[in-house]
Design a protein. Sequence first.
Length: 69
Amino acid sequence: MKYGARNEIIGKVTSIKRGDIMCQVKLDIPAGSKMQSVFTTESLDHLGIAEGDSVKIVVKAVHVLLVKE
């Protein structure tokens, strides 16, 4: 599959919180960092993602906000 995003990270699914319409997937990524993604449960089922799976994380962000308090 071709896509326009250039930022790719390999991660491991650590947990999935499933709602009626949306889900939250938490991931461990290199250097001991963590990420999460929120998307539809329909997409989750279509992709067949489960806890413990290794997945490619493709990042294309419109906004990256830095906050110093």
